[in-house]
Design a protein around this ligand. Structure first.
Ligand code: ADP
Ligand code: MG
Ligand code: MG
Length: 249
């Protein structure tokens, strides 16, 4: 269970999250929707422990632990995984090498044995096949020259191998055509498990036709201002966020 209570997060001196409270039980998928600049990405960064996103007040508990007391590597070792809105490109590092390094770093942090090359290749071949990825693409530098859909599949592949327990998807739908959206959604849906919680951050309702959320929350002005079932996403699509925006001063 993810339990966020009265969370305040500042970037520099600027308060962005201002008393955000949210519970996500294990096994559930919750969607976070909201206008641009509401603080959705900030929430993802704060949960993953990105430097510069400082929690000034409130608490975050994950699987019975104080998440805010852990550094980013410790959070990753406990299965916190943030899928970026804008995946990074790493010239010179083949995607395969990157994924293997990440996987083995996580194994070490968990006190587990590293995966040997043959076993790793077998894992990746299976995972890439399920995502309809061309295996040869994984020999190329990470994300360099990959299309939007290929970058997203790359992230889903990493996720599948790293077996996260708390999964945060930040606008995974941006820049995807319909086929890519379906493949990514199927990849995400395949990761649903009773002991996993997922936060799906999105600007549009479209993704939620494929990844069916248990709950939908509206984030505006740094707080959760409304919560409901999947019908709330349809309502937002039809009506927009106007009624949740702060009154102009
Ligand atoms: P969303 O993902 O909902 O569009 P963000 O979390 O990206 O919103 O941003 C929330 C607010 O925080 C915005 O006003 C944005 O300009 C500001 N912000 C985010 N990151 C930084 C940063 N590194 N420095 C200064 N302001 C930032
Ligand atoms: Mg944004
Ligand atoms: Mg964002």
């Amino acid at each position: 269970m993810l339990s966020i209570s009265n969370l305040h997060v500042s970037v520099g001196d600027k308060p962005i999250l201002k008393g955000l409270t949210l519970d996500v039980p294990a096994g559930e998928v919750h969607a976070i929707m909201g206008p641009n600049g509401a603080g959705k990405s900030t929430l993802g960064y704060a949960l993953s422990g990105r430097p510069g996103y400082e929690a000034t007040e409130g608490s975050v508990e994950w699987a019975g632990e104080d998440l805010l007391a852990l550094d980013p590597a410790e959070r990753a070792a406990r299965g916190v995984f943030l899928s970026f809105q804008y995946p990074i490109e790493i010239p010179g590092v083949p995607a395969l090498t990157f994924v293997r390094t990440a996987l083995n770093a996580q194994k070490r942090a968990r006190g587990e044995e590293e995966v040997a090359a043959p076993a790793f290749l077998k894992l990746v071949r299976e995972a890439s096949k399920a995502l309809k990825m061309d295996f040869d693409m994984l020999k190329r530098p990470l994300n360099v020259g990959f299309s939007g859909g290929e970058k997203k599949r790359m992230e889903i592949l990493q996720m599948a191998l790293l077996e996260p327990s708390l999964l945060i998807l930040d606008e995974t739908d941006s820049g995807l055509d319909i086929d890519a959206l379906r493949i990514v959604s199927e990849g995400v849906n395949a990761l649903r498990r009773p002991d996993r919680a997922m936060l799906v951050i999105t600007h549009y309702q479209r993704l939620l036709d494929y990844i069916k959320p248990d709950r939908v929350h509206v984030l505006a002005g740094g707080r959760i201002v409304a919560s409901g079932g999947p019908e709330l996403a349809h309502q937002l699509e039809a009506e927009g966020y106007d009624k949740y925006l702060p009154e102009p001063a």
